[in-house]
Design a protein around this ligand. Structure first.
Ligand code: ADP
Length: 475
């Protein structure tokens, strides 16, 4: 199959969160299955052209935008058998940050149209167009609408990585990119909801775990789109994310000081000591070290973690936090770090290399999310023999089995109710297991043996593409 991806962030070129991991590794896994895959992303201002060998000469096309046209260049490279196309129109599309500009809705609408134009003018006739999250959502109604003939009637697939971000804006945006202003339930009058449009018009819709695919049909997790999603229930797929096992590999990771594997874990102890030293924590092999990596936002459970953190420290633990996010959460953690210097370290910022040292050097990984479409931190932790402590929600519920509830197959510690007390209880149970040497090393070995590579999930995506093609043909 000829499959075209479009996404706002793609690792390793531009990464804010899990979307980049998926967009940077699923295409390669599909290519390895023999499919012809390409991915379009914006040439963000932060992308280092030299480092990635992005050519300066490229096809340039004229893309209709409102009443005029803009010129867009499409330099491309090939990585892992996948053509990566950087959509370049400095002023309108590429910016210093991936998200957060006041005109995000407009620039991503233009990005979607620039992708459609590239395919149409280039004479590409993909079998499947696969858009991800609200940023590229308008590509779906475009490919199913005014670009359908020019693209040879491709099947369209839309993946929800996080339903909390829908990209709502003024309806005028659709006029700029040639889409009708028609009302899509549940858009309000005068409002555009790119995610709702994609859900309504895609041949198949997916999200990134089976549990989240069920949760989003309820008001608690549906963010107002539960009724629309229920209408699409027959075409709604839940496919759990994989991770790039070549990037996240304690036996080969260039960012960690000492390599290790499940058969020889000595390196992990050295990585822990090095991490403690690097972060200004007391160097101690017997102290349980908890890692926290992620966006410091409400979704990630920061408000229940903050009251539990001092308890962890009182129980003799250490915490290493890496993240950026809302100022109020950053301020809360800064205060904690100041109060508990030597046992709680905070790094505010995005640092992929440090993240890998924390995954490797920690004993446990904390992810008490309020909601979690899939979550990658727990999967990366498994790979590094780091035991996750999570809330049993969304993809975390699908991928982490509580080791007290299931002594033989448990892979972490989990709790259900979103509150500090049950989180504290899960942490205490994790520390108890940690202090039992034989039990802990068995648990570590077990999680390192789990297979969260893309192989199985990539095949499920292919099944979904085939189903989408059938329904596109039937239409
Ligand atoms: P989300 O996509 O909701 O942010 P995920 O768990 O799906 O959460 O994916 C987050 C990804 O981003 C993981 O690969 C994680 O290691 C990485 N990450 C998050 N914050 C940081 C940070 N501050 N520095 C480095 N990597 C980070």
């Amino acid at each position: 199959m000829r499959i075209v991806f479009a996404a706002a962030e793609v690792a390793p070129y531009a990464k804010v969160g899990g979307l980049a991991d998926v967009a940077g590794s699923l295409p390669q896994a599909l290519a390895a299955l023999g499919h012809h895959v390409s991915i379009h992303l914006p040439l963000h201002g932060t992308i280092d052209r030299e480092r990635f060998g992005i050519p300066t000469d490229a096809v340039v096309r004229s893309v209709p935008y409102g009443r005029s046209h803009v010129r867009v260049a499409y330099p491309s490279i090939v990585r892992g058998g996948v053509r990566v196309v950087f959509v370049d129109n400095g002023r309108h599309i590429g910016r210093a940050t991936v998200y957060g500009a006041p005109d995000d809705a407009k620039r991503y609408a233009l990005f979607a149209r620039a992708v459609a134009e590239d395919l149409a003018q280039g004479g590409d006739r993909p079998d499947v167009i696969h858009a991800h999250d609200w940023h590229t959502a308008l590509l779906v109604p475009m490919a199913a609408g005014h670009y359908r003939r020019a693209l040879g009637g491709p099947a369209t697939v839309f993946t929800i990585h996080n339903l909390a971000y829908q990209g709502q804006s003024a309806v005028d945006v659709v006029g700029l990119v040639g889409l009708p202003r028609k009302h899509v339930h549940p858009e309000k009058h005068g409002e555009l909801n790119p995610m709702a449009r994609a859900i309504a018009s895609a041949d198949a819709v997916s999200t990134v775990s089976e549990r989240y695919a069920e949760e989003i049909l309820t008001p608690e997790f549906g963010n107002g789109l539960e009724a629309l999603l229920a209408e699409r229930r027959d075409d709604l797929w839940g496919i759990v994310n994989g991770i790039d096992v070549d990037v996240f590999d304690p036996f080969a990771d260039a960012h960690i000081p000492v390599h290790y594997s499940a058969v020889d874990m000595r390196g992990k102890a050295q990585d822990k000591a090095a991490l403690q030293k690097e972060l200004g924590l007391a160097v101690s092999a017997r102290t349980p070290l908890f890692g926290v990596i992620g966006r410091l936002v409400e979704q990630k459970g920061i408000d229940i973690l903050t009251p539990v953190a001092p308890e962890i420290l009182r129980a003799g633990g250490q915490i290493a936090v890496l993240g950026t996010g809302e100022p109020r959460y950053e301020a809360m953690w800064k205060e904690l770090a100041e109060r508990h210097a030597g046992s709680l370290s905070l790094r505010l910022g995005f640092d992929a290399a440090l993240a890998q040292r924390i995954y490797a050097g920690s004993d446990m990984f904390l992810m008490p999310s309020r909601f979690e479409p899939c979550g990658l931190g727990q999967l990366i932790s498994f790979r590094y023999g780091t035991v996750p402590v999570v809330r049993a929600v969304g993809g975390l519920a699908d991928t982490v089995r509580d080791a007290d509830a299931d002594a033989r197959q448990g892979t972490g510690f989990s709790f259900r109710e979103y509150a500090a007390e049950p989180l504290g209880d899960a942490v205490r149970r994790a520390i108890r297991a940690y202090r039992d040497g034989a039990r802990w090393s068995a648990l570590r070995t077990r999680v390192m043996g789990l297979d969260h590579s893309w192989a199985a999930s990539a095949r499920r995506y292919v099944e979904m593409y085939e189903a989408a093609r059938d329904s596109a043909r039937a239409a």
